[in-house]
Design a protein around this ligand. Structure first.
Ligand SMILES: [Zn+2]
Length: 630
């Protein structure tokens, strides 16, 4: 089975042959030698190889972890795709006119061969450690945040010191001598997720917007091909972040970098999913290539400064920004979306303007919108990086009220079929839903307090938002879906009892189900209630002081598979990622109109000559004098 994949020698032979056939476009060189004396090859692809190093470049690295074959397989397929299209496909022609592609298809040749020939799940390189164990995790051997370890046998042993390994040293030397690299993509498996460089600051780097957009634009291409959703997760807060990875090293050198975790298994089934992953990642790579010139150090366009909100109403948002003087042929592009981490492509381009302000109209009330802006030069085709995104919530409409509710910690948690103490998960552990062979089936209960909601509220819209934090244990492709049900919890029900909660009456399922191929992480999932579901929710208001939802995934596994589990954040407690990641319900409602009758306590009327106590009169007396009533 493994032999369906390319060996390291096959890979080297393939690229050498490609370079022989297309010497103007392809160059192969060795950038180092492994412990087992294999050349680490670097492939350059360019519209004109003689000027390749003068153009901004994308740096592709694959299979730094031995068992993650996608790096090699995608590099070969992508090179084939480019070479076939470089003479006629306008997208490829344009990309290679402006940019260069550097690829290290396999950053761990010794490990790949060991995985192919001996132990499939091998991850590290093949260094002989002092304690007799073998291997360093190359993706922990870079210097940013390097963490020393005394356990060489560990699967994530970072090595004796940063760049102790010939493989990482080769990458270092190449990157340090190629200042033209602007974007680095490091291919791994698994998880269907992008992990942009985080610099140990979760979603709070100056390039956060740029990296999220780069990943979202790539994800949009993937979705177009296979319908699969990819997560985008810039450092998981506050869990310990990966130290000493290549991505952070590239980012420390001013390169926009991300890890791309492909598929739902380390070694994808070639006959089925590997082919699909390659097909969906080729257009994603082309989308990344398009951005390469925009992040060149000599790009004269700066990101717009001072992007800010001037005013907001229920239907309009006014934005403004500053900018240094604009050349004649330079303008701004403004993008809008209702989702964070959304792509900036034609479908979300809201306006093209030379002005320093913009008013967006026709918006929905009580709705979150995200705005992004960049500068564009028409003549050069260059675009600036993005200004940090702007998040704006429109105000409620004229007769509307809006409320955001968070769960009751003590009544929110997951219940495992095999767990002896489900109570201990409540208020502190992640919301697991799905099934694995250890925990059995898991379901999650989420309870919201209703004390601040009026009993007679007329519900206009409800949206339940859940933050997915890890989908790596959902390992079966296209299997199962995750649903949220509004449930009826009887007063005497034991909420820590798995069968009791599992069989509690379901009032309605809310929103659309999330299929396994649509599970992501790092991107809020919204369950938007239909009108009928809003009515069911409305009925709960007068019934009690809280409302409960059940989150459930698949309840059985396929033969020989051990996990299809999804982890959503609770926000609370030692395992939660922080209060901002708690589930929340966004509710827009109104209240019935009431007719108020206020009788007057005293009336009287007066004219210049006569008083009329206790009578309310107005008009003229026969003699023409006016009467006033109060
Ligand atoms: Zn990996």
């Amino acid at each position: 089975m493994k032999y369906l994949y390319h060996s390291y020698q096959d890979t080297v032979d393939f690229f050498k042959q490609l370079a022989q056939q297309h010497p103007q476009q392809v160059r192969v060189e060795s950038i180092g030698e492994t412990w087992e004396k294999r050349d680490i090859i670097l492939v350059t692809i360019s519209g004109d190889i003689t000027t390749a190093d003068q153009k901004p470049a994308l740096f592709y690295t694959g299979t730094i972890h031995a068992r993650e074959y996608i790096g090699v397989e995608l590099a070969i397929a992508f090179a084939q795709h480019i070479i076939e299209g470089i003479y006629y496909d306008p997208r490829i022609l344009e990309a290679f006119e402006r940019s260069t592609l550097y690829m290290v298809p396999c950053a761990n040749p010794d490990g790949l061969e060991y995985s192919r020939n001996h132990f499939s799940f091998w991850r590290k390189n093949r260094r002989e450690n002092v304690d007799g164990s073998i291997g360093v995790d190359l993706n922990r051997n870079f210097p940013v945040g390097f963490k020393k370890s005394n356990t060489p046998s560990s699967n994530i042993y970072p090595g004796p010191h940063p760049f102790s390994e010939p493989e990482t040293l080769a990458l270092k030397e190449f990157v340090e001598t190629h200042e033209n690299i602007t974007i680095a993509l490091d291919y791994h498996s698994q998880g269907n997720v992008f992990f942009p460089a985080h610099d140990f600051r979760h979603e709070n780097t100056i390039d956060t917007t740029d990296m999220n957009i780069l990943c979202a634009n790539m994800a949009e291409q993937i979705r177009k091909i296979s319908g699969r959703e990819y997560g985008i997760h810039q450092g998981k807060p506050p869990a310990s972040l990966i130290s000493g990875s290549g991505r952070e090293f590239y980012y420390s050198r001013g390169i926009i970098g991300t890890v791309v975790e492909v598929g739902s298994q380390n070694i994808s089934d070639y006959l089925n999913t590997m082919t699909e992953h390659i097909s969906e990642h080729i257009p994603a790579l082309l989308a990344a290539l398009k951005e390469v010139p925009n992040y060149a150090k000599n790009n004269p366009l700066n990101r717009p400064e001072g992007f800010q909100l001037i005013s907001v109403s229920s239907a309009e948002v006014q934005l403004s920004w500053e900018s240094i003087s604009l050349a004649e042929d330079t303008y701004f592009e403004i993008y809008r979306s209702t989702k964070y981490k959304a792509p900036c492509s034609r479908s979300s381009l809201l306006a093209v303007t030379k002005s320093r302000s913009y008013t967006d109209t026709c918006l929905e009330s009580s709705r979150l919108y995200y705005y992004r802006i960049r500068t564009v030069n028409r003549s050069s085709g260059l675009k600036s990086p993005f200004a940090p995104l702007l998040r704006v919530m429109t105000t409620p409409g004229r007769d509307e009220l809006a409320k955001s509710l968070h769960p009751v910690a003590a009544e929110t948690g997951y219940l495992g079929e095999n767990s002896k103490d489900n109570k201990s998960h409540f208020g502190r552990n992640s919301l697991f839903a799905g099934i694995d062979t250890t925990k059995g089936e898991c379901i999650a209960l989420i309870t919201f307090p209703l004390a601040t909601m009026p009993d007679n509220a007329i519900i206009r819209s409800v949206r339940l938002n859940l933050y997915p934090i890890n989908r790596v244990s959902a390992t079966i492709e296209k299997y199962g879906e995750w649903n949220v049900h509004l449930i009826d919890i009887a007063d005497d029900l034991d909420i820590y009892d798995f069968p009791a909660v599992k069989t509690a009456p379901k009032i309605t399922t809310v929103g659309r189900p999330t299929k396994s191929q649509h599970l992501t992480q790092g991107i809020w999932r919204n369950f938007t209630f239909s009108h009928q579901e809003c009515t069911c929710f409305e009925q709960q208001l007068s019934k009690g002081d809280s409302v409960s939802f059940l989150l459930e995934g698949p309840s059985s596994l396929l033969p020989w598979r051990d996990s299809q589990m999804m982890q959503w954040d609770i926000g609370y407690g030692d395992f939660g990622y922080g209060l901002e990641f708690r589930p929340h319900l966004e509710i827009v409602y109104t209240q019935p109109t009431a007719k108020l009758e206020i009788p007057a306590t005293r009336v009287q009327s007066t004219s210049p000559e006569v008083q009329y106590p206790s009578r309310l009169l107005s008009g003229f007396e026969p003699d023409g004098q006016r009467i006033y009533g109060v």
